[in-house]
Design a protein around this ligand. Structure first.
Ligand SMILES: [Zn+2]
Ligand SMILES: [Zn+2]
Length: 437
């Protein structure tokens, strides 16, 4: 009875709620949320091929009273809960897994096999921890419904497909996310982190994840006998020059205060010792924050490829072709500073300053930024929840180079702590955004 009175009294207070109350409520949900997590972990699905995952979550959300729409942007799920006048808040979780063969040794490790876009089979694993996102998404929805007398507004729960390929947010927006459903004033998401111990929360006001472009360069040459280079135009030597010259884009051409990466991740050419091939293929990843730096790099790549080909004496009709894969572009995520700073304050009050930190930006990609890109009417933020099990963090002395990263076949976050922390953090931010009057 005393506990009931305490809870009732606490509920009457403005958020943030005393940690014990919300934390205890989440604790009672944890067996269910861990069951969902383990099920998701054992049954991962590749990007834009999510079928089982949304089908499992849809009835859970309907039971809570959400209006659920499936197959938004192919496989995304949108669940709406209208709870009186007020702002519209969208909480987004991504649900796709990766073509990685799991090596964690967990008892519920994935044995799933999926299909790559070219039809070939591949092992599949939740190596980015999106399974923890799904469970926390459900956990937050459960808390928000249980506490619906404490807030007013509209909650849109977005279970997004295809984050890893940069397709999902674009597909859902293209399928009427903001016209068929209430358009949000605020968007909040989190990602588990391999750079912090379990239970830490990190926020980065401003740029938090990078713009990502995939670029293909086909370097043409004139093939021939390896003993007669004078009769050829060697594309391997030319492509090597291009790779080296590309390094000057970041080191010499852009402002050193603007972060950027140009990585040549693949260099393919030839198949015999004594044959000079007639083609070389390069695959690049290009990462920046500012659109003008992105343009400088992409223009520079085309210029260097052509310039080196001219220097090598290639005729006009054998210039390299440079293809920017527009469909695979992910824009940078810029956390709205006001919302990110407010979230940081709330997390400090809820979890303590020692569990809350301001993180430096990352050069990884995340397509969540699309939901508020170029639209000042929408404020958005993506925050991070540490996932490295405490014992492993301590054993490595906090040196993350000694620990599995996201996308590693060994990535096994302390899911219990990630899910409980993220559910509490998402709920606290949601209650604040949707607080009454
Ligand atoms: Zn990922
Ligand atoms: Zn991810």
């Amino acid at each position: 009875m005393r506990r009931f009175l305490f809870a009732a009294a606490a509920a009457a207070l403005a958020s943030p709620l005393p940690a014990a109350t919300l934390g205890e409520a989440i604790k009672t949900d944890m067996p269910l949320l861990m069951t969902v997590y383990r099920d998701m972990h054992a049954n991962p699905e590749l990007s834009m091929q999510e079928v089982r995952t949304p089908a499992k979550m849809a009835p859970e959300m309907r039971k809570l009273g959400f209006t659920v729409t499936e197959h938004v942007g192919k496989s995304g799920l949108v669940a709406v809960f209208r709870n009186g006048p007020g702002p519209v808040l969208m909480l987004r979780a991504d649900m796709d897994a990766l073509p990685v063969k799991e090596q964690t040794g967990l008892p519920f490790a994935s044995k799933a096999v999926g299909k790559l876009p070219d039809g070939s089979p591949t092992p599949v694993m939740h190596a980015c921890g999106h399974d923890t996102h799904i469970a926390s998404w459900l956990g937050t929805a459960r808390r928000m419904v249980a506490m619906k007398d404490q807030w007013s507004g509209t909650l849109v729960m977005n279970l997004q497909s295809g984050e890893e390929t940069g397709e999902g947010a674009k597909a859902m927006l293209g399928d009427g996310l903001y016209t068929r459903f209430p358009k949000p004033n605020f968007v909040v998401a989190f990602h588990d982190s391999a750079l912090m111990p379990a239970g830490m929360i990190g926020v980065t006001p401003g740029y938090t994840t990078a713009s990502v472009d995939n670029v293909d360069i086909t370097v043409k040459g004139v093939g021939g006998h390896g003993a007669s280079p004078q009769a050829t135009k060697d594309p391997i030597v030319l492509a090597s020059r291009i790779v080296v010259s590309l390094q000057t884009l970041v080191s010499r051409e852009k402002n050193p205060l603007d972060p950027a990466v140009v990585t040549v991740g693949s260099f393919q050419s030839g198949n015999k010792h004594n044959v000079i091939p007639d083609e070389a293929k390069l695959q690049l990843t290009v990462r920046t924050y500012k659109p003008e730096v992105r343009k400088l790099l992409l223009d520079g790549i085309a210029r260097i490829a052509r310039g080196e080909a001219i220097a090598a004496g290639l005729p006009d009709d054998r210039m390299p072709t440079v293809t920017i894969r527009d469909t695979q572009h992910t824009p940078a995520t810029f956390n709205s500073e006001k919302l990110a700073n407010r979230a940081t304050e709330l997390f400090k009050a809820q979890f303590g300053a020692d569990r809350t930190t301001v993180l430096p930006p990352h050069m990884v990609g995340e397509d969540v930024g699309r939901y508020w890109l170029d639209d000042p009417a929408v404020q958005g933020t993506l925050f991070w929840v540490g996932g490295v099990p405490k014992a492993k963090w301590d054993a490595a002395g906090g040196d993350t180079t000694k620990l599995p990263s996201l996308h590693s076949p060994f990535w096994a976050p302390d899911a219990d702590i990630v899910i409980a922390t993220a559910t509490e953090a998402m709920t606290v931010v949601s209650l604040d955004i949707l607080k009454k009057g």
